[in-house]
Design a protein around this ligand. Structure first.
Ligand SMILES: Cc1cc2nc3c(=O)[nH]c(=O)nc-3n(C[C@H](O)[C@H](O)[C@H](O)COP(=O)(O)OP(=O)(O)OC[C@H]3O[C@@H](n4cnc5c(N)ncnc54)[C@H](O)[C@@H]3O)c2cc1C
Length: 265
């Protein structure tokens, strides 16, 4: 399959890219790793008239400690995070990358592209929600910071404006006792259900059970995965289209237990 024809643009700076996005209106898409956008264009699920190639923009490929925080540039690939020496504080990010597609996808796909795409089972969407990340977006009016809990609005829908570029993602605090695990029907597929756990904040985030990553905040007086939390999952999965809700609920229990064991280890 080939995409419909489009006009290709390659700006030299973030400001130039944002200017193009604003000028070209609704019919334009930024191109990063192309691992979601290009298949969608090939299947004619997306037919942008203009592509703004951001892959070579300078200044968006850093992985940098900033006090307690970790700052990751939007063009950093999944594989760069997988192989980075992040130390125990953020090792959860490296370990989680093994679940993202296959190696060729991980070497091209980017953190910014993954978050902008907004697939509710994508590992980056879960990790950003679990760890309270801040998504830094550059638009015509400057830079704004969007907390992950306000960023995901629905399946493939985010708070990002069409003329905004993600430039950086900030993970504000170490998460030495966090883990993500998942179940997919075939290796490399998107997860049917994914679970991420942070033992230090007692936060649990699930993918594959709702239109956005489902955060199960701590329940006062309870610790771990309780009946109260499971009833929230039961409500959320009742209307999921594929696989039975019963099956997904079973997966949730198993995966939360596995992620908890991995985080504790
Ligand atoms: C076979 C296969 C299996 C996969 N499995 C998984 C998986 O298990 N888990 C997973 O998470 N992903 C998976 N992916 C998707 C992969 O991770 C993509 O890399 C990712 O979803 C998109 O990143 P990208 O850099 O390729 O973005 P692109 O495909 O270039 O862009 C995706 C969308 O984001 C927008 N965009 C890109 N960068 C920015 C930016 N900086 N600011 C604003 N908008 C931007 C684009 O305009 C487009 O709408 C899979 C893909 C394939 C083909």
């Amino acid at each position: 399959m080939k995409p419909a024809s489009f006009e290709y643009h390659r700006p030299a700076s973030v400001a130039g890219a944002v200017r193009l996005l604003a000028e070209l209106g609704e019919d334009v898409k930024a191109l990063a790793g192309g691992q979601s956008l290009v298949p969608m264009m090939n299947f004619r699920l997306a037919r942008p008239a203009h592509l703004v190639d951001i892959r070579r923009l300078p200044g968006l490929d850093h992985i940098q400690r900033d006090g307690d925080a970790l700052r990751i540039g939007a063009l950093v690939t999944h594989h760069a995070v997988e192989t980075a020496a992040l130390g125990p504080d953020f090792a959860v990010l490296s370990r989680a990358m093994r679940w993202v597609g296959h190696l060729p996808i991980r070497t091209r796909g980017t953190i910014g592209g993954s978050l902008a795409h907004g697939d509710p089972t994508a590992e980056w969407c879960l990790l950003a929600t679990l760890l309270g990340a801040v998504i830094v977006a550059h638009g015509p009016d400057g830079v704004r910071e969007i907390p992950a809990e306000e960023f995901f609005l629905g399946v493939f829908s985010t708070a990002l404006e069409p003329d905004e570029l993600i430039v950086e993602v900030v993970f504000p605090r170490p998460a030495p006792r966090a883990a993500l695990t998942e179940f997919a029907e075939r290796r490399g597929d998107f997860a049917l259900v994914a679970a991420a756990v942070d033992l230090d904040t007692d936060r649990i985030v699930l993918g594959g059970v709702a239109a956005v990553p489902l955060a199960l905040p701590p329940v006062s007086g309870e610790c771990g995965y309780s009946d109260t939390r499971h009833s929230r999952v039961a409500d959320a999965v009742r209307d999921t289209p594929e696989a039975s809700a019963h099956y997904r609920r079973g997966l949730v229990r198993t995966l939360v237990a596995r992620a908890t064991a991995e985080a504790a280890a």
